[in-house]
Design a protein around this ligand. Structure first.
Ligand SMILES: [Zn+2]
Length: 289
């Protein structure tokens, strides 16, 4: 029987360090240990939508430092803690308590131990830049494809037809970049998307890159806003674009200003797949020196 409080997370505010107490330790197999803290700066990879990879780093304990190899989400339901890929529900599902599980390669500190958490700042900075680039690129792609629709469809945070939201299959954030895969099949065509809009992919790329060039280096603030500070709490990414402020739900970490960005560029490729086309957008971001 496991009674656990939801983990309080500080990474949405950009935290890299913090002191806390071990509330639960679980054996994960292969000699690995899962450690739950009351509060943590470590960003876990989400099980259902694994867009931003986990932080790495270390836990400083009275008995020495232990390396955090990866960080996953866990859920407690009817007294059982289910970890990582075994978690059968999405973050925030009613009746579950969600916790951050720090995965160690060996044994871990005992319940009640005071620890200092230290996130690898170089990796975090690279992933935060990549995540910001990912959001901006998806908005720029929506803008670049805004004339491709023959019917009214839901719009994105900037008011363009929401190609990204309607067609996204997977989104993977990398160091200073991202890779987004979209599927253009029967259901998207039925919603009014004209696949002929993808005949000239270089033109799509050029339009998206022109939008991104207009945003890079502008003074707008970027931040994560929230009221609930637990792992499953709703969080909103807010970005002050030159055209106006946009908001969308987001569980990750980000840059703090568009002024940090020297350039974001996308490359778009399409391949035929059964029933339609798969579009891959590869995004890269360069920060201002
Ligand atoms: Zn996000």
């Amino acid at each position: 029987m496991t009674e656990l409080a939801p983990t309080v997370v500080t990474y949405p505010d950009g935290a890299l360090t913090g002191s806390s107490t071990v509330t639960h330790v679980t054996v994960l197999g292969d000699g690995r240990t899962g450690v739950v803290l009351e509060t943590t700066p470590f960003h876990p990879v989400d099980t259902a939508w694994p867009d931003q990879p986990a932080d790495t780093g270390l836990l400083r304990t009275p008995d020495g430092d232990v390396r955090v190899a990866t960080v996953v989400t866990g859920g407690v339901h009817e007294g059982d803690l289910v970890v990582g890929h075994d978690l059968p529900v999405r973050m925030g599902t009613e009746g579950w308590t969600f916790v951050v599980v720090h995965v160690l390669d060996g044994a871990g500190p005992k319940v009640g131990t005071a620890v200092d958490a230290h996130v690898d700042g170089r990796l975090r900075a690279a992933l935060s830049a990549g995540h910001t680039a990912c959001h901006l690129a998806s908005l720029a792609l929506d803008a670049a494809l805004s004339d491709a629709w023959k019917k009214d469809v839901p719009t994105d945070a900037a008011g363009h037809p929401a190609f990204d939201m309607l067609a996204i299959q997977t989104s993977r954030i990398t160091e200073y970049g991202s890779t987004d895969v979209y599927r253009i099949g029967k259901s998207l065509r039925r919603k009014g998307f004209d696949p002929a809009a993808l005949d000239d992919l270089r033109a799509v790329e050029e339009r998206a890159n022109a939008v991104l060039a207009g945003w890079a280096g502008s003074p707008g603030a970027i931040g994560i806003h929230r009221e609930d500070h637990t792992l499953a709490g709703r969080r909103t990414w807010r970005c002050e674009l030159p055209e106006g402020t946009v908001e969308l739900p987001c569980g990750g970490t980000h840059l703090t200003s568009l002024a940090e960005i020297e350039a974001i560029t996308v490359a778009v490729e399409a391949v035929e797949v059964p029933g339609g086309v798969e579009l891959t957008m590869t995004t890269g971001i360069r920060l201002a020196p």
